[in-house]
Design a protein around this ligand. Structure first.
Ligand code: SAM
Length: 393
C-alpha cells in the first residue's frame, strides 16, 4: 500500500486545504504517533505518521479508513508530502506505482449484501467452495438460481472469478467472508439449498468448525420451507458432531446417506475415493417460516462523551464477551477536550478496526462511518458505550 518515509515534516496549521485534500486536524498518541484526519472527494481517511527509531517518519494510510480507490489515498499522501515539504527517503506514492486493478463484477462486498441485495431469484449458497468445481457445475446447470459462494482462501476466490468470466457464468456472486458470520445478511426463507462440502474437520480445534448450533439455527432461518442444509464430509468425527448438532434441535427432519454418488465430485472427494474412505451426507430440511429480519443498520453514538475524562481514564485493555470482543488499543489527543480512540472489536473470527472520534462539544462518531451493526458488532458497540459511560458519568 502507498507510503513514504521522510526525515523532515513541516508542521501544518489545521484546518488546511492543500491540492485536492482537506486536512482537518491532527491527533497525537502518548507514543508520539500522529493521526491526520483528511478528506478527499467525499472520502474521509486517516493518515498515520509513525516515528521510526532512526528519527525519520513513516507516513501511510490507516487500514480501517483506507478508501476503496487506492488513487485517492495516493493523492492525499502526495498532498500531505507537498504541504509538509517532506523530502522522501523512500516512497511509492506516485500514481504509476499502483495501477487500477479491474474488479470482477462477480466479487461482492459486504455493503452490497447489507444495503443493495434484493434477491428476485431463489438463492443457493455454497460454503467453502475451494476449487469451485461443484459451485460452477451447479450454476451452469441451474441458470434460474442465484448462487452465492463463500470462501476465505484468496487463490480459490480468484480461480472461481476467472472461471465465471471465461465460461460466461453470470449467476454466481462470490463473497470473501467467513461463512459463520455471513448468513445474518440474508433475508429469512430466501435460500433453497446450502451446501457445505468437505469442510475443514478441525478435529483438534472444534470451535473453529463451520458447523455449530448457531450456524444451524441461522441456516434454518434463511432456508425456504423444504429448503435443505447439506453437509458432505469424509470425516466420521465431523459427521457425528454435525448430526449431534442437528439432533439437539427441538424438531429436526434429518436424512443420512453413506457413500452416495453425486453428479460432480470435488478434488477432495476424488482424493478420498482413491483412498477408499467413506463419505457421509447429512441433510437437514427446514420446516418453518421465520420472522423477517430488520434491514442492517450502521453503528452510531447517541450520547455525548467528555474527552477530557476519557483521556484521564484510558488504558489499553481487552474485553471478551459471548461471541464478541473489544480491544481498546490507543488514545490520540488533538487537545485536552478532543481526540480519538483506536479500537478493534467484533467477532473473534473477523474483527473491525475503527476509531471513535470525540469533538470538543462531546459529539462522538465512529470512523469509518459505515460500520455495520452485525450481531457481534452490535454487542461490542453496546460494551463500548457502557465503557465510555463508566468513564464519563
Ligand atoms: C477442505 S476444503 C473443501 C473445498 C470444496 N468444498 C471441495 O469439496 O473441494 C474447505 C474449504 O473451506 C474453506 N473454509 C474454511 N473455513 C471457512 C469459513 N469459515 N468460511 C468460508 N470458507 C471456509 C477453506 O478455505 C477451503 O477452501
Amino acid at each position: 500500500m502507498p507510503n513514504f518515509q521522510t526525515a523532515f515534516l513541516k508542521p501544518l496549521a489545521y484546518p488546511l486545504v492543500f491540492g485536492d485534500t482537506h486536512f482537518l486536524c491532527e491527533a497525537f498518541s502518548p507514543r508520539n504517533e500522529r493521526l491526520v484526519m483528511a478528506s478527499i472527494q467525499g472520502a474521509k481517511l486517516l493518515l498515520r505518521v509513525m516515528p521510526k527509531s532512526d528519527g525519520t517518519w513513516l507516513i501511510k494510510g490507516d487500514k480501517a479508513t483506507r478508501p476503496s480507490q487506492v488513487p485517492l489515498l495516493q493523492k492525499a499522501l502526495i498532498d500531505f508530502r507537498n504541504a509538509t515539504q517532506a523530502v522522501e527517503i523512500h516512497s511509492n506514492i506516485e500514481p504509476k506505482t499502483f495501477l487500477h486493478v479491474k474488479r470482477s463484477p462477480f466479487l461482492k462486498e459486504l455493503d452490497f449484501f447489507a444495503h443493495a441485495f434484493n434477491p428476485e431469484r431463489e438463492i443457493w449458497l455454497e460454503v467453502g467452495f475451494g476449487s469451485g468445481r461443484h459451485l460452477l457445475h451447479q450454476a451452469k446447470k441451474n441458470p434460474q438460481i442465484q448462487f452465492i459462494g463463500l470462501e476465505i482462501h484468496k487463490p480459490s476466490i480468484e480461480q472461481v472469478l476467472k472461471q465465471c468470466e471465461l465460461q460466461g457464468i453470470e449467476n454466481i456472486m462470490v463473497m470473501d467472508y467467513d461463512a459463520r458470520l455471513f448468513m445474518e445478511f440474508l433475508p429469512s426463507n430466501s435460500v433453497g439449498r446450502i451446501f457445505v462440502h468437505f469442510p475443514v474437520p478441525w478435529d483438534k480445534k472444534p470451535h473453529r468448525r463451520v458447523f455449530s448450533h448457531g450456524f444451524v439455527e441461522e441456516a434454518l432461518r434463511v432456508l425456504h420451507v423444504r429448503g435443505t442444509l447439506e453437509l458432505r464430509t469424509d470425516s466420521q468425527a465431523y459427521f457425528e458432531f454435525s448430526f449431534g448438532v442437528m439432533m439437539a434441535l427441538a424438531r429436526a427432519d434429518v436424512h443420512v446417506n453413506k457413500n452416495a454418488l453425486l453428479e460432480i465430485s470435488s478434488k477432495y472427494e476424488d482424493r478420498w475415493r482413491k483412498m477408499e474412505k467413506d463419505i457421509y451426507d447429512v441433510t437437514l430440511c427446514n420446516e418453518v417460516v421465520s420472522k423477517p429480519i430488520a434491514p442492517m443498520k450502521t453503528l452510531h453514538f447517541d450520547r455525548s462523551i467528555d474527552f477530557s475524562k476519557v483521556l484521564k481514564g484510558f488504558r489499553t485493555e481487552t474485553f471478551r464477551g459471548e461471541g464478541f470482543f473489544v480491544h481498546f488499543e490507543e488514545i490520540y489527543k488533538v487537545d485536552e477536550n478532543s481526540g480519538c480512540i483506536r479500537l478493534s472489536f467484533g467477532a473473534p473470527e473477523r474483527n473491525e478496526k475503527a476509531y471513535v472520534w470525540i469533538d470538543a462539544e462531546g459529539n462522538a462518531r465512529y470512523l469509518p462511518e459505515t460500520i455495520l451493526a452485525t450481531k457481534s458488532n452490535s454487542a461490542a458497540d453496546q460494551y463500548i458505550k457502557e465503557w465510555f459511560h463508566g468513564i464519563c458519568y
